[in-house]
Design a protein around this ligand. Structure first.
Ligand SMILES: Nc1nc2c(ncn2[C@@H]2O[C@H](COP(=O)(O)OP(=O)(O)OP(=O)(O)O)[C@@H](O)[C@H]2O)c(=O)[nH]1
Ligand SMILES: [Mg+2]
Length: 730
């Protein structure tokens, strides 16, 4: 007789499932939500081991990012990090993402199984506004009381058990930056019995009726339960001021009719709801929060008295920026010398071991000179990013925004445009993505159109090479160089604001609401985070050098070497060594002039001659429309190829020794300035063009941007060169 098959009673746990009640292949999806700057991304990084960007100002995350974290039992859980928002009312595209993900309205994210709502313990009252709204949606929610270290230092003590009891959700004390509480959070997330809370703000009867009527029309296929549709109905009703009918689909007219009726029968019902929510939060605060020495001014307030002072503030900002540029020059020198030495040594070594011929030319004059010419700037790029990360993580960046806000408003730009413009100092691509935090589409477009004027890090190598060429060897102090650099950054920034003003006046008129930006509290820099950011930047920079610049170097080398001319210099019998070298150089120059690249450079002479460029510089300018650093690698290749591959001189020596047909130097101060001004203005970056096309969803604006920036760049270079000449400069 066969042994009886063991059966499981319904109460027995299923042995194929983990303690979270899920099988090994199933995984729960958690949405990570909360106020801007509450530490969501820091927590996301701590949970998943990923490295999304964090910073001490609101609006860092503008896109959803997904990652996986493992429970104590090794079960995977999916987490999606979202842009922050102060409430579930939607104003800007980034805020919409959070609401739509929570309500299961997005095609690309399934409705989440649970929500992790991050609140800043040092700023509880404001954070609870969104938290209570999120809890009411009716998804199982875990509240994370983050920044508990900051709260503690400020003498704020929260009764976690009571808060949990009142809101009906688990509350976990955390300090995401140091990893405290992360294990407890994982445990809570993997519990099988996570349930929705029954916490609700009471609704007037008529509103209940409206919700009941609207919800069934809103219900769509993927929704796990009717509750979400009701939550959506509540939100759409209350958010009617920012109502976009396409948001509600077939329910749009029904909602509008209900709002009219509610307005008629319950005047002021919407503001009443907001007041009611605040009143409840007030009660909650009284019950759960205890403040020690509540009247002591915080350190942030004390610091801001100086740093935001109308005069002292601007002074401090100028000092900070000067120190920044000065350090970028001064501290990097020994590291750059080391890289320069290595690149030259590698080039010489390769030249000595490879047989003479096209392959050696390609490797030594093309690849090593091209890539090496760019890689040498790694120390400076890293220093720049170190300072940017430092300013971001302490919270000073947001103060810079505040100080300059008045100026921004004068040019008609929204204060929210500041963060995108600020991010563009690193790179216009994330800067342009950050414009998603701007509510008004017109303001957003204006910001996108001027963002690439902000000096991105790809311009740094170009400026550095040209500034060095400006001064004969040994002349000019680091301070002088830093001041020129500062001037170029200032020129870009002022121009961005000026063009914003022009666009707002003539092209994209519209009212600009004044800035309501939260100033984050000052925090000690997170050194680990800064180190990671620098490492990531180094990787990005080297990867660009290893791919884009590498590939373009090869293409350019071919462009400069082919087609071959069969000219051979005539030599007298028994020539001296000098005569041979001269003849070779002459030959190489003729080859270069007749190559594809050379012909293109010559063809562009009518356009760029008025700016003081010769045909070799033209090659660099055209190549740099792919990416700005390519200018440096191109010039390195041009001069090495022209040298006939005799030896690998440093680019700087080459620049200084270049002469025109009449024997005068090519890289005069005026020419250098003219090139730099051209680089301040021109949109030479394919990635930026692509991202503008994506964000504006039109080639028209991307094309317009390339065109108008080119015209400005050309005019700028022209004026510098011609006016400089008039005044007798060289
Ligand atoms: N002292 C302290 N700082 C924290 C803690 N968690 C995050 N931070 C810092 O707070 C700042 C904001 O962190 P983010 O993770 O970028 O905040 P976010 O909520 O993702 O912000 P947005 O993406 O703008 O919505 C960063 O400077 C973090 O280093 C914490 O628990 N304690
Ligand atoms: Mg974030």
């Amino acid at each position: 007789m066969a042994a009886p098959t063991p059966t499981l009673s319904p109460q027995d746990p299923d042995p194929t499932k983990g303690p979270d009640g899920l099988g090994a292949t199933e995984s729960r999806l958690f949405a990570l939500v909360g106020n801007p700057n509450s530490g969501k991304t820091t927590l996301f990084n701590a949970l998943t081991g990923l490295r999304q960007k964090v910073g001490n100002y609101p609006g860092v995350t503008v896109e959803r990012k997904e990652g996986i974290c493992y429970s104590q039992h090794g079960h995977p859980m999916r987490i999606v990090d979202l842009p922050g928002s102060y409430s579930l009312s939607v104003r800007s595209p980034d805020e919409q993402i959070m609401r739509d993900v929570l309500l299961g309205r997005r095609q690309d994210v399934p409705p989440p199984d649970g929500v992790v709502c991050v609140i800043d313990a040092s700023n509880l009252e404001r954070n609870l506004y969104l938290a209570t709204q999120v809890i009411e949606i009716g998804l199982p929610t875990i509240l994370v009381l983050n920044m508990s270290d900051v709260a503690e230092r400020r003498g704020i003590r929260v009764d976690v058990d009571k808060l949990s009891d009142r809101l009906g959700v688990p509350v976990i004390r955390c300090a995401a930056a140091s990893g405290k509480g992360v294990t407890e959070l994982k445990l809570a997330m993997s519990r099988a019995d996570l349930k929705p809370s029954s916490y609700r703000l009471p609704m007037p009867e008529l509103m209940q009726e409206a919700v009941k009527d609207i919800a069934p029309v809103l219900k769509r296929g993927a929704r796990p339960h009717q509750g979400l549709a009701r939550a959506e109905a509540r939100l759409l009703l209350a958010d009617i001021d920012h109502f976009d009918p396409s948001d509600a689909g077939p329910a749009a007219t029904r909602i509008q009719l209900w709002v009219q009726r509610l307005d008629r029968e319950l005047p002021g019902w919407r503001s009443e709801r907001i007041t009611q929510r605040y009143a409840r939060i007030g009660d909650l605060m009284r019950e759960t929060v205890h403040r020690f020495n509540p009247n002591r001014p915080s350190k942030t307030d004390m610091l801001d008295r100086v740093l935001l002072h109308p005069v002292a503030g601007i002074l401090v900002l100028s000092v900070v920026l000067t120190v920044l540029f000065y350090s970028v020059f001064q501290l990097a020198v020994p590291f750059m010398d080391a890289i320069d030495g290595t690149v030259t040594a590698v080039g010489d070594w390769a030249a000595s071991v490879m047989p003479a011929g096209p392959l050696r030319g390609l490797v030594v004059d093309g690849i090593i000179a091209g890539v090496g010419g760019v890689v040498i700037f790694l120390p400076q790029i890293l220093l720049l990013f170190f300072f940017i990360a430092l300013l971001e993580s302490t919270g000073y960046m947001a103060r810079a925004a505040f100080i300059l806000d008045k100026l921004m408003n004068k040019v008609g730009l929204h204060g929210r445009s500041f963060i995108p413009l600020l991010s563009s100092y690193a790179c216009a691509v994330p800067g342009i993505m950050a414009t998603r935090t701007i509510e008004s589409p017109k303001d957003r477009l204006v910001t996108i159109l001027v963002a690439p004027f902000m000096t991105c890090s790809a311009r740094l190598p170009v400026y550095l090479v040209l500034i060095a060429a400006l001064f004969p060897e040994g002349a000019g102090t680091a301070l002088q160089r830093a001041l020129i650099m500062f001037g170029l950054y200032a020129l870009g920034t002022v121009s961005a604001l000026l063009f914003a003003l022009i666009f707002k006046k003539f092209l994209l008129k519209g009212h600009t609401p004044s800035l309501v930006m939260e100033l984050p509290s000052y925090k000690w820099p997170q050194w680990g985070q800064i180190a990671r950011e620098m490492f990531d930047r180094a990787v990005i920079f080297l990867r660009r050098a290893g791919t884009v610049i590498f590939a373009l170097s090869i293409v350019l080398w071919f462009g400069m070497n082919y087609p071959k001319t069969d000219y051979e210099a005539e030599l007298p019998p028994n020539p001296t060594e000098e005569q041979v070298a001269d003849a070779n150089a002459h030959e190489a120059q003729l080859h270069l002039a007749n190559s594809f690249a050379g012909r293109m450079g010559h063809a562009l002479t009518p356009i760029f001659e008025p700016l003081g460029y010769d045909w070799k510089i033209n090659i660099g300018i055209i190549a740099s429309f792919a990416a700005r650093e390519v200018f440096v690698s191109t010039m390195a290749i041009v001069y090495n190829v022209e040298d006939g591959g005799e030896d690998t001189d440093s680019l700087l020596d080459n620049l200084r020794s270049q002469t025109r047909a009449d024997g005068s130097p090519v890289f005069t101060p005026l020419t250098c300035l003219s090139i730099m001004v051209f680089f301040v203005y021109a949109l030479q970056c394919l990635s930026t063009v692509a991202v503008v096309k994506r964000e504006t969803q039109s080639w028209k604006w991307a094309g317009f941007q390339v065109a108008y920036m080119f015209v400005v760049a050309w005019t700028g270079g022209f004026l510098v060169y011609q006016v400089g000449h008039l005044f007798g400069f060289q």
